[in-house]
Design a protein around this ligand. Structure first.
Ligand SMILES: [Zn+2]
Length: 422
């Protein structure tokens, strides 16, 4: 279970960065004045700041007054942010900063995005352009996880890694085990015993390599699962009897029948892997949606559904898991009254959230014009609250059967730890 939660967390984190990149990519500068800064893992921040100070000095030469001012303001803002770090985090740091026009010329607002990449970003880059350079960050989002493949029968075996849609063959083995028919003169019992010993030696030889290869430092952290395939029952015996490390055993996500073993068998596994993998994700989602539906009919006080209902109880402490449609298009907005400090939170359609920018509502308490203190996508909002309040957030894929059913309940629901009293 703990492993699944880790995967889930990672999925959500990547999803959020992906959404953020989409947003950043759309932003255009007035001129060549948007800064993209990539800092490699563990780099000393004082070095980066010194470099930025030189860039600041160089910016004096920019001819356009506005561009010069914007570039210098952006560099200052980035330096201010970086001062909090002694060195870059373990995956490095990516910063986007610049003046973004809100409606037309002269309406630019300074925006800054600081991102810790999900994978190490070994790029050292400072660029000033009319758009942000997100390409290296996007690269870190590409599927880098691997699956371990084992294809085995009594005659031969192969192990490999599945990376994206590519198989890297790590080893091929033959067993050298004689067939079922004994040579003349041997006793049947003795023959069986020798054969069994040979099988075990073969299993352990393969298992030893599996352990070595799959537990390597550059593989194991990315190893999302292990699939074992082969004709007949040998693969099951292998799992049961071979000296496989428990960490590898725990990662076995599927055992499948194939026609071939060895390298050919690996390719057969690959053909079916995609279904297995998306299946795994969908099975989890479906299980949660089913749980939601069951509770709805039998213990309806153990669920909440609809955006308002869930958001209203977000601080209750009773929420265990929030299910949310991956394609939900709502914004969270927190308004604040600059005069009396009154705050109001709202979930809105994107178009209504945009209208607030130029038509701010009046404060319920004192009537002053409120300002937007915070704005983000609903999924981001739920994920942040999940971290704060200790509940899980699970994205539901829209184009599935369970997704279609679930979408009829307002796109958001919560499974509770205990009933809420009204
Ligand atoms: Zn007020």
């Amino acid at each position: 279970m703990a492993r699944e939660e880790k995967v889930e967390e990672r999925d959500l984190r990547r999803y959020r960065i992906k959404k953020m990149i989409e947003e950043i990519k759309r932003k255009k500068g007035r001129g060549t004045e948007l800064i993209s800064l990539y800092i490699p893992p563990r780099k000393r921040m004082s070095d980066v700041i010194n470099y930025l100070r030189q860039e600041y000095a160089t910016a004096e030469n920019i001819k356009s007054d506005t561009t010069r001012k914007h570039v210098k303001d952006a560099i200052t803002k980035v330096i201010e942010r970086l001062k909090y770090y002694d060195e870059a985090p373990e995956n490095g740091l990516v910063v986007f900063c610049g003046a973004i026009p809100v409606s037309g010329p002269g309406t630019e607002k300074m925006e800054i995005y600081v991102v810790e990449p999900p994978e190490p970003v070994n790029v050292n880059l400072y660029r000033c352009d009319d758009h942000f350079h997100t390409e290296y960050l996007e690269e870190t989002l590409r599927e880098k996880e691997v699956f371990g493949l084992i294809s085995i029968d009594v005659n031969e075996a192969a192990i490999g890694l599945l990376e994206g849609s590519r198989i890297k063959v790590l080893g091929k083995y033959t067993s050298g085990i004689p067939g079922k028919h004994r040579a003349g003169g041997q006793s049947a019992r003795r023959f069986e015993r020798l054969r069994e010993m040979a099988v075990h030696q073969y299993f352990d030889r393969v298992a030893k390599h599996v352990n070595e290869e799959f537990l390597r430092d550059d593989v194991y952290p990315r190893l999302r699962g292990v699939i074992v395939g082969g004709p007949g029952f040998t693969k099951n015996e292998f799992i049961e009897e071979a000296d496989l490390d428990y960490r590898i055993k725990n990662k076995i996500v599927a055992v499948i029948d194939t026609n071939y073993s060895g390298e050919e068998g690996l390719r057969e596994i690959l053909d079916r892997a995609r279904d297995i993998l998306s299946g795994m994700k969908y099975v989890r989602e479906k299980r949660l949606v089913d749980e939601f539906l069951t509770r709805l009919s039998k213990r309806h006080n153990m669920v909440l559904y609809g955006i308002d209902e869930v958001v209203r109880n977000i601080y209750s402490g009773a929420i265990d898991t929030v299910l949310v449609m991956e394609d939900i298009d709502k914004r969270y907005v927190r308004l604040r009254c600059p005069k009396c400090g009154y705050e109001k939170e709202m979930i809105l359609d994107p178009s209504d959230a945009m209208k607030l920018e130029y038509r701010p509502p009046k404060c319920d308490k004192c009537g002053a014009e409120m300002t937007i203190a915070e704005e983000k996508g609903l999924i981001d909002y739920l994920a942040d609250k999940g971290e704060e309040m200790g509940f899980k957030v699970v994205l539901i894929t829209p184009e599935t059967e369970h997704g279609k059913i679930f979408s009829q309940f307002g796109g958001v629901a919560a499974l509770l730890r205990y009933p809420l009293n009204y």
